[in-house]
Design a protein around this ligand. Sequence first.
Ligand code: KIV
Length: 294
Amino acid sequence: MAETPSGKITIPSLRARKAAGPRIVCLTAYDHPTARILDEAGVDLILVGDSLGMVVLGYENTVPVTMDEMVHHTKAVTRAVRRALVVGDMPYFSFHLGDEESIRNASRFLKEAGAAAVKVEGASKKRLKLVAAMVEAEIPVMGHVGLTPQSIHRLGRFKVEGKLAGEARRIADEAAALERAGAFSVVLESVPVEVAAEVTRTVGIPTIGIGAGPACDGQVLVFHDVMGFSTGYAPKFVRRYADVNGIMSAAVRAYAADVREGRFPDDATSYHMKPDAAAEFLPKRGRRLPGRGM
Ligand code: KIV
């Protein structure tokens, strides 16, 4: 099925990309101006990732992120988006206490925040049952296997998953099981090229890679990493397309210098009274000129 006449990306049109291409372009966004830029640039899928916690909210990992924070930021994103499909990321512990509560949380992304789908990390038996229940409740689900950042405390550190044959088989089995459970696509994070290529060849749903090589049906990266707008460590799989840190830092320093030296604001960035109104007003004020000390 082709994209709708308006060009809006839908779940069926994304699924059709698997066979017909072109590759699916996905980036994260957490706010309105960024989402507008992504949407206008033709990004197909916008993921309001729980990477929000590390990238924007300053948490050490994604574990502390709450449903309320995710819904708040997803609302800002969907208000800007006309074409892309917006996916809300289920944060840690929003889908662990039973299907009913998990589905209620997932539905908030659709009902309150205007997203079209949710993403859920992991593919344990319990998780697969939940994915099927969400799909049954008309909530499209994107799976996420390989490195699952919400497991940071169990894993100890972020690392490539699937370098050994047993791990690779597990990841392939999990992706296939997510497809059977009804997921419409699956994120493959930090897995070797060989694993991603085999999963992409064998599942019928689009694979979206992050650190998973070029064979996937689509690619996702964290927006701030791509823009050079994040601090500290960037994984090997990131390609930086801009130096927003540098641009913004130079602009802030220039602004600070202008304020300190009295170069900002100037006449071009100030308002004036109408002359007759100023004449009426200023004598009463002792004709002091506007400026410091008034
Ligand atoms: O939270 C996130 O941004 C993600 C992606 C990078 C896949 O899960």
